[in-house]
Design a binder for this molecule. Structure first.
Ligand SMILES: Nc1ncnc2c1ncn2[C@@H]1O[C@H](COP(=O)(O)OP(=O)(O)OP(=O)(O)O)[C@@H](O)[C@H]1O
Length: 223
């Protein structure tokens, strides 16, 4: 479904140009849960930002169902097909947890219909382990781990073909993290979503269908 061919990416800072991804060939299919591991600085977040349509590669092509992302339109790809859980959550800080989730449904036009959206958002927030009495609280007044759960619920609400997540369990206790990994597995195996997670967490990687290891901008291991 998502195909990266000969993808390289370089960042320019002043006169210095650093190539952080080198000739990556990878594909991601529906119904699979992949994890991307690798040392700090190996290019994991960069890979995620290209695959999720936040940035375009300096070289190579990325295709979704055969269509080049740049032709499909990055905004359209992000709205209709791909949702991302960011390392810094990127929540709308003037909104409550519940409003963050319903706003995502409105923006992407996801099911359910508008009358059921609040109820569905509450279900999703409960599923990721956010206490009922916190759903109406402004997200800035939630802890890091609670904000992380809202970010995951928001991505789940978008009802997309591909879910990307960058260190989604980094701020969660073991039990909540375990629940989130279960959600990713169910999304992939029961709802046929493609799930791609960047992590340093070996336990999470061990429960995925495929582990990719990046080293110095190249895919060193594919399992
Ligand atoms: N906007 C940017 N401008 C310049 N260099 C960047 C930029 N973003 C990332 N880099 C550099 O690109 C390299 C890869 O960064 P990236 O964030 O993709 O690594 P990572 O594997 O996700 O690291 P970590 O595990 O620490 O999050 C690093 O050397 C980083 O300093």
């Amino acid at each position: 479904m998502l195909q990266l061919s000969g993808v390289s990416h370089a960042y320019q800072s002043g006169r210095r140009r650093t190539t952080v991804l080198k000739q990556i060939d990878l594909s991601f299919e529906r119904g699979t849960f992949s994890t991307v591991l690798g040392p700090s600085g190996s290019g994991k977040t960069t890979l995620l930002s290209l695959a999720s349509g936040l940035d375009s590669p300096t070289k190579g092509s990325i295709r979704f169902d055969g269509q080049e992302l740049s032709r499909l339109g990055l905004g359209r790809y992000r709205n209709r097909h791909a949702a991302t859980v960011f390392q810094q959550y990127n929540l709308l800080t003037y909104m409550t947890a519940l409003q963050n989730v319903t706003a995502a449904m409105e923006i992407t036009g996801s099911r359910p219909a508008s009358g059921r959206r609040k109820a569905r958002a509450r279900e999703l927030l409960a599923e990721v382990g956010l206490d009922e009495d916190l759903v109406g609280r402004n997200v800035l007044k939630l802890s890091g781990g609670q904000q992380q759960r809202v970010a995951i619920a928001r991505a789940l609400a978008c009802d997309v073909d591909i879910l990307f997540a960058d260190e989604p369990t980094g701020n969660l206790d073991e039990e909540t993290a375990d629940g989130i990994i279960g959600i990713f597995q169910r999304l992939a195996h029961q709802q046929n979503t493609c799930v791609v997670v960047v992590t340093h967490n070996q336990a999470l990687a061990a429960r995925s269908d495929r582990v990719l290891v990046l080293r110095k901008g190249r895919v060193a291991v594919q399992d």
